[in-house]
Design a protein around this ligand. Structure first.
Ligand SMILES: [Zn+2]
Ligand SMILES: [Zn+2]
Ligand SMILES: [Zn+2]
Length: 338
């Protein structure tokens, strides 16, 4: 059994439903709309998707990028050869990855500007993706949609010849997939994903509360993002499940290494929530600070009384309300009274 998690939903799948049907005489990788590239810049943290193979970061022009083929499947297919059964086995549960986020709009400096900057867009891009159980992507057949996660050692899967997914109901009449016989038809290290647009808000704070140590600053940034989400949800009277929160390593305005905090509307297309953050940012930061300071359980790092929720449980190691409180030090508050 193989399962795939995309967009928070779990699919049991032996492959993907392809939107195209390739004639048998095809000799090269054809132009396929649903097959794109997903990239991420190792230098500045930007990411995105593109139709042509990206050579450099669209944000900082660095050539230090990782890129993978990204297939947006029409659906997920179950191999019809599998007998239905009642046997409940433990699925290979794939932890949901944080979506990739990108927004291409100008930054706005906080007043006073030395304290940080933000930007917000109603048409930010979010890519929910799966790169398999070991993070190495999938082996994918472009002819039939057969897909299998690459193993931990990232070696190509030696399962030739595979049978055509949904090739037929009777085992003795099934054909080997013609994709087995062409070099181009099986792609490796493919990511499966869904790209959507939604409202996105990105914040970079500058404070001596960051210590310039990568792991700890990630905790500071993520804990603040989760607290800021709670503040927004309290203000708007909405459920926390309506807003996504995440952090990514990024470059600041002086090209320094930092972390970006993102909040986004979970509803595809946006719901009009995170676009309201900018106008209320001082008030929301004040509430977030209260969330961090006043846990009803007075916990040491994070608990269900403060920062731990259904979705943050996957990042429990990145939550510590005390670390995040260090942002709001005397220096910060003198410049930006909350
Ligand atoms: Zn870059
Ligand atoms: Zn195939
Ligand atoms: Zn707590």
């Amino acid at each position: 059994m193989r399962t795939t998690v995309l967009d928070g939903r779990v699919y049991r799948s032996d492959g993907v439903t392809l939107n195209w049907h390739l004639p048998t005489e095809v000799e090269n990788v054809p132009e396929i709309q649903d097959l794109q590239w997903i990239w991420r810049c190792r230098s500045c943290g930007n990411s995105g998707i593109s139709r042509i193979a990206p050579m450099e970061c669209a944000g900082c022009n660095a050539i230090n990028i990782t890129r993978h083929r990204l297939l947006q499947p029409a659906g997920f297919a179950v191999d019809l050869r599998h007998e239905p059964h009642n046997d409940i086995t433990i699925p290979q549960y794939i932890l949901p990855r944080d979506p990739l986020v990108s927004l291409a709009v100008d930054w706005i400096e906080l007043a006073p500007p030395l304290l940080g900057r933000y930007r917000t867009s109603p048409t930010g891009q979010l890519v929910h993706y799966s790169n398999g159980l070991y993070g190495n992507g999938y082996s994918l057949c472009l002819r039939c949609g057969w897909a299998k996660p690459l193993p931990a050692d990232n070696q190509p899967i030696d399962e030739k010849p595979h049978k055509r997914l949904r090739g037929g109901r009777l085992n003795d009449r099934e054909q080997h997939c013609p994709g087995n016989d062409a070099d181009w038809s099986i792609l490796n290290e493919v990511y499966l994903g869904i790209a959507t647009q939604t409202e996105l808000f990105e914040l970079q704070l500058r404070s001596t509360g960051f210590e310039q140590t990568f792991d700890k600053d990630k905790i500071v940034a993520y804990s603040l993002a989760v607290a800021l989400r709670r503040a927004l949800c309290q203000q708007l009277g909405i459920e926390e499940g309506e807003i996504g929160a995440l952090v990514k390593p990024a470059r600041g305005s002086k090209n320094e290494l930092t972390h970006s905090l993102y909040l986004y509307d979970v509803a595809t297309g946006g719901a009009g929530y995170v676009s309201q953050i900018a106008d209320q940012l001082p008030e929301l930061l004040r509430i977030a600070r209260t969330v961090l300071a006043n846990c009803p359980n007075d916990c040491d790092a994070a608990c269900q009384g403060c920062l731990l929720t259904y979705d943050t449980q996957h990042h429990v190691d990145d939550l510590n309300r005390h670390h995040a409180l260090a942002l709001f030090n005397t220096e910060f508050l003198a410049a930006f009274p909350l």
